[in-house]
Write a protein of this length. Structure first.
Lengths: 150, 77
């Protein structure tokens, strides 16, 4: 349990993930000279149209303790499966407007090939395994609950 | 035991958590109690016992110090 707590990071940030936060994350890797390739996945809130109504924003909530614990396991699994130097994952909580970023997955490796596979695998795991919920809000103040099956 | 409700499920229960005093009951008995109390009907959900997903039919006992979460479909990313 002690080890798990040590490896556990909080992936959640309040509101949208800003482009400057992403830029700063990239800049922080300039001193890590074993890295030869980065790959980044950004999830953006899409203005889906459902029965003539457009999604204005998604209000994200999560079982944070469980999600962070699960992510620590997945992080370990990803390091075991791929040759990665580092990995950073952030997900929004609260309201994120259409066009804003709600998921940021950033992996780095000495070589290119691994980072594509790692990113794809991690994004799939995040969608399927983490207890995160999204309320899609429409312009008329009505809402529906987002589901990854769509 | 502590029960946590999330997303669409918490809209139905109108509360996000509750503390209940129970004699130890199995997960499957708990699910029956839950269905009866909140009439989830067609709602899709999973049960997590102390942050681990567990089958709704599981016979493992839930005790007073446990936390149970009722989780609607995940929608991260």
């Amino acid at each position: 349990v002690a080890d798990k707590n040590k490896n556990m990071k909080n992936i959640f940030v309040q509101g949208a993930i800003s482009p400057s936060f992403i830029a700063d994350s990239i800049a922080k890797h300039q001193s890590k000279h074993s890295i030869g390739a980065h790959n980044i996945f950004l999830g953006q809130v899409r203005a889906d149209e459902i029965e003539g109504k457009k999604v204005q924003a998604i209000d994200f909530s999560a079982y944070e303790e469980m999600a962070n614990e699960k992510m620590a396991d997945l992080r370990e699994q990803a390091f075991a499966q791929f040759n990665l130097t580092c990995m950073h994952i952030y997900h929004s909580l609260g309201e994120v407007k259409a066009g804003e970023i709600c998921l940021f997955v950033f992996v780095s490796s000495p070589r290119r090939k691994e980072v594509y596979q790692a990113t794809e695998t991690l994004v799939n795991w995040i969608k399927v395994e983490l207890p995160i919920f999204g309320k899609e809000k429409f312009e008329d103040n009505s809402h529906q609950w987002k589901s990854i099956e769509k | 035991m502590k029960i946590l409700y999330f997303g669409m499920i918490s809209e139905r229960t109108k509360i996000k958590s509750e503390d209940l005093v129970f004699e130890p009951i199995s997960v499957s008995e708990f699910v029956l109690w839950l269905e009866k109390k909140y009439d989830f009907g067609q709602f899709e959900y999973k049960i997590a016992l102390n942050k681990k997903i567990i089958e709704k039919a599981d016979l493992q006992l839930i005790t007073q110090s446990d936390t149970v979460a009722v989780l609607p479909p995940f929608a991260g990313g």
